[in-house]
Write a protein that binds this ligand. Structure first.
Ligand code: ZN
Ligand code: ZN
Length: 328
């Protein structure tokens, strides 16, 4: 077998072309993964619509960065992976390993990183080449349950760690879609009092079932931590209203529209405003350990590769029922 099916991006916002392409060969230090499943992320929507551009677009342009499968071929110089091993492809394809961010344990902020479905071909295809050192070791489990952890799960995990959330603190999660629901579970497991905030009562109910407090109202000035997973600037004012003095506001969703930041408020509140981007390999390893001990619940809608444009469209319209996941 030397060919593979893939969803090809030809023009921003155009339907992806389901086509047959040559199966890629793993280069030195890489492994080839035969994918079982790939999640569809909101970042894929941004890249599809042309709202974010890589300096070097992937060729062929295949989106996707939440892939789960088995090692099908091994490049030269790879000793720690074997054919048939279960492996994951996440956002990070490679990092430089030498910059300040890489050397201090913050490799997801590496300015020299390459990323699947952004600067190298991604996981909306039957095969993907990954850097062996960045391939994810996986616990047992269904592929469509594991795939969304490669980005949504590790982003939620990274956001909670970025917030330095402590037991007993109040953590408000804004936006209870795929990422937000993972964050609700991880924050609850960390011993926080979790307030789930979402305009959709169905999503609020799901958050409560996964460990959020029954009362989803956030009293002014009570949250130690506010994390935004909603792809909208509309959550900014409620976060500023709800955060305590010296609290931490974490931007986890990609929101391009500016929000008002009042410096007098910053001066008098002492609030930290920061962002988070996916997660490191160390965070991924610890997330997989958590998944082994007590799996996170997800709301997964399985689709076929042919349905991926429908999934991107529904995500762009905020109509996605949980996480779409391609089953190959
Ligand atoms: Zn993503
Ligand atoms: Zn680096």
């Amino acid at each position: 077998m030397t060919a593979m099916r893939a969803a090809l991006l030809r023009g921003h916002g155009e339907p992806l072309l389901i086509t047959t392409l040559p199966r890629p060969e793993p280069g030195p230090g890489q492994v080839l993964i035969r994918l079982e499943a790939s999640g569809v992320c909101h970042t894929d929507v941004h890249v599809w619509q042309g709202k974010v551009h890589a300096a070097t677009p992937p060729d062929p342009f295949i989106l996707g960065h939440e892939g789960i499968g088995q090692v099908a071929a091994i490049g030269t110089g790879v000793a720690d992976w074997a054919i048939g091993d279960r492996a994951g492809a996440a956002w990070l394809h490679d990092t430089c390993g030498t910059c300040d961010e890489c050397r201090t344990g913050h490799e997801s902020f590496c300015q020299n990183q390459t990323a699947h479905g952004f600067s190298v071909p991604g996981t909306f295809a039957e095969y993907v080449c990954v850097t062996a050192a960045h391939a994810v070791r996986l616990p047992a489990g269904d592929a469509t349950s594991l795939a969304p952890l490669m980005c949504a799960g590790v982003t939620a995990f990274g956001a909670i760690e970025r917030a330095n959330l402590q037991p007993g603190e109040t953590c408000a999660i804004f936006g209870c879609g795929g990422l937000g629901l993972y964050a609700v579970q991880i924050a609850a497991r960390a011993g926080a009092h979790v307030i789930a905030i979402d305009p959709d009562p169905v999503k609020r109910a799901a958050a409560i079932a996964m460990g959020a407090a029954p009362d989803t109202a956030l009293a002014p000035g009570t949250a130690h931590v506010c994390i935004n997973f909603a792809p909208t600037p509309a959550t900014w004012s409620p976060m500023v209203e709800g955060i305590r003095p010296l609290g931490r506001i974490i931007a986890a969703a990609m929101v391009a529209d500016p929000v008002p930041l009042n410096q007098e408020w910053l001066t008098t509140s002492g609030v930290t405003v920061t962002g988070t981007s996916v997660g490191t390999r160390d965070q991924m390893r610890r997330l997989m350990q958590m998944q082994t001990v007590a799996p996170l619940q997800g709301q997964i809608t399985e689709i076929a590769l042919d349905d991926v444009t429908m999934a991107l469209t529904m995500l762009s319209q905020g109509r996605a029922p949980g996480r779409f996941c391609i089953r190959f």
